[in-house]
Ligand binder design. Structure first.
Ligand code: BES
Ligand code: ZN
Ligand code: ZN
Length: 484
């Protein structure tokens, strides 16, 4: 999609269709045309409501109140509504809640690009995006505080963020027969070449040398060998150093504690954390942000077979802590235990964040659209929550407590990989990970369980069916804030 920013009045722009956002339900604003027709059509201008007046080449979209979140969704709805039409170009005015900042413009452009996404890799008939040219008019704001260059910059940031999100969506949506651990490694290597990032790929021999026996146990029954990926964006004089760790289960069958068949469907989504980490690295490096960002991915497939790891096995993790396996479907935390240990060994970071589709329990607790943010200290957790609000992704905190800590006790090893209570499964998984965070890093770390929002089987807001690319916008925003 091409974007053109102009100070010409919207009426003078010659394109196929105009998008008009309606905030006032009484259609009182003088730029609202076709009032009678809108009333006749019973258009109420509710958020998400759209009305295409083909005769006039106008698309009306309702907006509850002007803010980033609503504008992003409104523009996503607009492009989704226009997808099936033959329109090739559109124009839209700028809508601002205040004139000092360009964040509303950024949200609008993000909405268009995120809403235009579709995944048809496996369809023999590809849907072609006809709408290619977008003209945005700054007419009303010309001569005010808004600077055209700042507006151009906002569009650029939106393009980078949306492109990285769509890149992540593509990886997650790719099926397990086409995307396995080595595929993730190749994607990382591709990014490294394209963007001049440092990239190190550990194959089984090196993984063994690093004593990542918990990760190796999970990987053992698959014909697709595991990979550990370390990808780094290293600017000169960075303002901060952060490590991002992603769960990269390219498929989670549950292992010998096999998932019921209905729960196994969609388990290609279990690489969403890893895919987000790759997307975030793409975005921060394209933005050239002065923050050193390290991405670590544990890429593994959890399968069954004669050589599969079993409930009752005791694994010696990289940290030296022993883990009793009581359920092979709680595999993500085993992989992360070792990758977290590796990340802490390799990089002395100011902050450590892991993103993982770790538990069904987090989805039960919060619903499908919200991630669960956990950890020992409010600082990194609040950084995530703040960034999520700005980026328009939903995240909320779940608190650890000392009572749940006890539920991971094992009679035979240092810790059990599942809790002995059926309650609080998202938190006990988080507490399990905390056992692999070193003392000096306890307050630097936050765990983000993205099992709900990473993959939803219907469209929601600016997100399509399937992978949402959750975490890319939020964590990129977090790095942007560290760069200021
Ligand atoms: N990958 C799943 C978690 C998951 C479930 C993600 C649903 C997205 C949607 C994870 O590996 C898993 O299987 N967790 C178990 C843990 C249990 C065995 C303690 C779960 O949530 O049931
Ligand atoms: Zn599992
Ligand atoms: Zn899993």
């Amino acid at each position: 999609m091409n974007f053109e920013l102009t100070i010409s009045p919207i009426s003078e722009i010659d394109v196929d269709v105009e998008v008009i956002l309606i905030v006032d339900k009484n259609f009182k604003h003088n730029f609202v045309k076709n009032r009678k027709l809108l009333k006749k059509a019973n258009f109420k201008a509710e958020q998400d409501e759209s009305y295409l007046l083909v005769e006039k080449n106008r698309l009306f979209i309702g907006v509850e109140k002007i803010n980033d979140k609503n504008l992003r969704v409104a523009m996503a709805k607009a492009i989704q509504r226009l997808k099936s039409t033959k329109y090739k170009s559109l124009k839209v005015a700028c809508y601002f809640e205040n004139k000092e900042s360009t964040h509303n413009l950024r949200a609008m452009v993000e909405g268009l690009l995120l809403g235009a996404y579709s995944f048809d890799k496996y369809k023999t008939k590809k849907s072609k995006q006809k709408l290619k040219d977008v003209t945005i008019s700054l007419e009303e704001y010309h001569g005010f505080e808004l600077d055209k260059q700042e507006c151009e910059d906002a569009i650029k940031l939106a393009q980078i963020t949306a492109d990285a999100t769509n890149f992540t969506r593509d990886i997650v949506n790719t099926t397990p027969n086409d995307c396995y651990p080595d595929t993730l490694a190749q994607i990382a290597q591709g990014l490294a070449e394209e963007l001049n990032l440092e990239c190190k790929i550990l194959k089984p021999k090196e993984i063994k040398k690093e004593k990542m026996e918990a990760l190796l146990a999970v990987a053992r029954a698959s014909r697709h060998k595991p990979r550990v990926i370390h990808l780094a964006h290293k600017p000169k004089n960075p303002k901060a150093v952060i490590s991002l760790i992603g769960k990269g289960l390219t498929y989670d069958s549950g292992g010998l504690s096999l998932k019921p068949s209905t729960s196994m469907v969609n388990m290609k989504l279990d690489k969403s954390g890893a895919s987000a980490v790759l997307g975030i690295l793409k975005a921060v490096s394209k933005m050239n942000l002065p923050v050193e960002v390290h991405g670590f991915v544990g890429a593994v497939e959890n399968m069954i077979g004669g050589d599969a790891y079993k409930p009752d096995d005791v694994l010696i993790s990289k940290s030296g802590k022993t883990i009793e396996v009581r359920n092979t479907d709680a595999e993500g935390r085993l992989v992360l235990a070792d990758v977290l240990a590796y990340a802490q060994q390799e990089v002395e970071a100011d902050y450590i964040f892991d993103l993982a589709t770790l538990t069904g329990a987090s989805v039960v607790a919060l619903g499908q659209y919200t991630s669960a943010v956990m950890g020992n200290c409010d600082t990194p957790k609040d950084m995530v929550i703040e960034a999520s609000k700005e980026a328009g992704e939903l995240a909320t905190k779940l608190d650890f407590n000392r009572h749940l800590r006890k539920s991971l006790k094992s009679n035979v090893a240092d810790i059990s990989n599942i809790s002995n209570t059926p309650y609080g499964g998202a938190i006990t998984a988080g507490i399990f990970l905390d056992n692999f965070i070193e003392k000096e890093n306890k307050d630097k770390w936050a765990h983000i369980d993205i099992a709900g929002p990473a993959y939803v089987e219907h469209t929601w807001g600016e997100n399509p069916v399937g992978a949402s690319g959750y975490g890319v916008r939020m964590m990129t925003r977090l790095v942007e804030k560290l760069a200021k």
